[in-house]
Design a protein around this ligand. Structure first.
Ligand SMILES: Cc1ncc(C[n+]2csc(CCOP(=O)(O)OP(=O)(O)O)c2C)c(N)n1
Ligand code: SF4
Length: 274
């Protein structure tokens, strides 16, 4: 029997490489559901991912995809958007991919209000390479490169960082909020213009969860539910993120001109999505 979302998935590549209980499956399903709700033409969607467990998303979504160099998904996506402005270009990547090696690309794409949707999966660790410390690893957390806990480095708060660049949309959810995540992706798809960023706090039971004695995948989901607070109209400065409190919600939702709008205006052409 076929599932209604089958047409969005590259089923011949299944089963996925992801471990049982990995949050990536929830995020892939949210993406497929949002595409379905908006009813987009799949030929108009391009998914760009870098390297990492999360980066494998490009293998499984049945859109036109590119699985590119680690950290370079955003510049690659920018090139695609500039060459083919009528396409909706989506980037999905891990926190290492998007915020460590790719951190510079993230802030510059956000300040340009580049017409991209970026979904950053924050599992607090470099998972694919064995669990090294990431720029999102909480203070005190154990990774393979912080065997005494992360005592040295303050993690980024991606929502605050990206919001400071004034893009069109910034939200944060966890994999314990699949409905809200789907609605956020749907909103980003309908907006069409500008830089739209969603951080998803995810579960990596195999590495991060095990090293930090967080139990099995269901325990990690229960933990995320317990520490999350949804603030419907929160300001970016209220986007607290710590092991004891994760503020979720939509922090920015603006309708400013995107990069392509400005480019077309300069060239005297029509704006995106009109
Ligand atoms: C240029 C380059 N540097 C380093 C690597 C090694 N590498 C592969 S994935 C990865 C990090 C994975 O972490 P993240 O991006 O957070 O994704 P996750 O696996 O956690 O989903 C690294 C450092 C690489 N493939 N290419
Ligand atoms: S190692 Fe972690 S992030 Fe990678 S697939 Fe397994 S659970 Fe997911």
């Amino acid at each position: 029997m076929n599932h209604p979302l089958d047409k969005y998935l590259r089923l011949e590549a299944f089963p996925t490489i992801w471990c049982p209980g990995c949050g990536n499956g929830i995020i892939l399903a949210a993406l497929a559901r949002a595409l379905d709700k908006v009813g987009v033409d799949l030929d108009k969607i391009v998914l760009i991912t870098g390297i990492g467990c999360t980066g494998r998303m490009a293998t499984y979504l049945y859109t036109d995809n590119a699985h590119v160099l680690h950290g370079r998904a955003i510049p690659f996506a920018t090139g695609v958007k500039l060459a083919k402005p009528d396409l909706e270009v989506i980037v999905v990547g891990g926190d290492g991919d998007i915020l460590a090696i790719g951190g510079n690309h993230l802030i510059h794409a956000a300040r340009r209000n580049m017409d991209l949707i970026v979904i950053m999966v924050n599992n607090q660790v470099y998972a694919m390479t064995g669990g090294q410390v990431a720029p999102t690893t909480p203070v005190g957390a154990y990774t393979t490169t912080t065997p005494y806990g992360n005592i040295m480095e303050t993690p980024f708060n991606a929502v605050k960082l990206v919001s400071a660049c004034h893009p069109n949309y910034v939200a944060r959810w966890t994999v314990a909020h699949p409905v809200q995540l789907t609605m956020s992706i749907e909103r980003c798809l309908r907006k069409r213009r500008g830089f739209r960023f969603i951080e998803v706090i995810s579960t990596c039971p195999t590495i991060y969860g095990r090293l930090n004695k967080m139990g099995r995948a269901p325990d990690m989901i229960k933990y995320l539910k317990k520490v999350s607070v949804i603030k419907p109209k929160a300001l970016p400065e209220e986007a607290e993120l710590s092991p004891s409190r994760i503020v979720c919600g939509v922090f920015l939702d603006r309708e400013e001109e995107g990069y392509i709008d400005k480019l077309n205006k300069y060239r005297g052409e029509a704006v995106v999505g009109t």
